[in-house]
Design a protein around this ligand. Structure first.
Ligand SMILES: Nc1ncnc2c1ncn2[C@@H]1O[C@H](COP(=O)(O)OP(=O)(O)OP(=O)(O)O)[C@@H](O)[C@H]1O
Length: 280
């Protein structure tokens, strides 16, 4: 099978499990997919590549979802006398939602609506296929293409439903400020932890603030229900009134220059804030 040829460029960022770099490719078409000339490489030392190998397997499951970052496979390179394991990913030219928030402090409600809808479509696909992401946060929502489509990335902490059910061994996964109460208190993991994290992603610190529309406020309340069995699922939230007619609202909002904004909690960038396999 044809190899995807690439040349490593500048570093885009550093995560808990590897370094992400920009790379240029020479293949215009790869395994039936038309490539842009740029991809992203998530690389780590080959000897510590188990988590990236698991991540590539999960990403391959979702290669047909437009709301999950596309993975072109993985390969090994020898650079500066080190064997590196590389995940070949679709490049998000818009950066992450965390970058977007850092640059603007708050988002117009129509933009929140658009991103929320896309993330929920991705989560519905993930959760209905038996996977729990476990690390939904602004830094793991990437904005791809000129239309800045929000896509879910970084499956480094993901588990299957079965693994989630058997997680009750004092093992905590996730990024603290986005972790659902049941996972912090009882190390309980179900698809509902992703919904809590989504709520935290778009929650305003002053949640009662009248700047939010009633629909937006009600939507967040459904995400942030303490009891996971009463928390709404991704499919239920996709039918919430907040997300209805989102493109129409986007146009109206644009033309009338509505000033309804979501400010979002400052995002954390310290990889040590990520908790992985930490005994409680
Ligand atoms: N496909 C991509 N295109 C563009 N930038 C990316 C891509 N994947 C990751 N990045 C950027 O690289 C940085 C590191 O990403 P990575 O997923 O490794 O870690 P993280 O989510 O920041 O941290 P952690 O792994 O600790 O949760 C992030 O800032 C992210 O925005």
């Amino acid at each position: 099978m044809a190899e995807l040829l690439w040349k490593r460029g500048t570093t885009l960022g550093q995560g808990g499990f590897g370094v992400v770099s920009l790379a240029s490719t020479s293949n215009a078409l790869f395994r039936g997919v038309t490539l842009s000339s740029l991809i992203a490489l998530k690389s780590c030392n080959y000897s510590a590549s188990q988590l990236l190998k698991e991540e590539v397997e999960i990403l391959q499951m979702f290669k047909h979802s437009p709301y999950i970052v596309h993975c072109f496979g993985a390969n090994v390179s020898f650079e500066d006398n080190v064997n590196l394991y590389n995940l070949l990913l679709e490049y998000a030219s818009g950066g992450s939602l965390a970058d977007r928030l850092q640059n603007c402090n708050s988002l117009l409600e129509f933009e929140v609506k658009k991103h929320t809808k896309n993330v929920l479509l991705g989560l519905s696909c993930i959760n209905n296929n038996g996977i729990i992401h476990c690390n939904i946060k602004p830094g793991n929502i990437l904005l791809v293409g000129t239309d800045r489509t929000a896509k879910i990335a970084d499956f480094g902490l993901s588990v299957t439903l079965e693994q989630g059910m058997n997680q009750k061994q004092g093992i905590i996964k996730g990024t603290e400020r986005y972790m659902a109460p049941e996972s912090v208190i009882n190390t309980e993991y179900s698809p509902q932890v992703d919904i809590w994290a989504l709520g935290c992603t778009f929650e305003e610190p002053k949640f009662q603030n009248s700047k939010l529309s009633n629909e937006a406020q009600n939507f967040l309340e459904k995400c942030l229900v303490k009891n996971p069995s009463s928390r709404w699922t991704a499919d239920m939230l996709l039918n919430h009134t907040f997300l209805q007619n989102s493109s129409k609202v986007a146009n109206t909002a644009k033309t009338r220059k509505k000033k309804r904004r979501f400010s979002v909690p400052s995002t954390q960038t310290n990889p040590e804030d990520n908790i992985q396999d930490r005994p409680s």
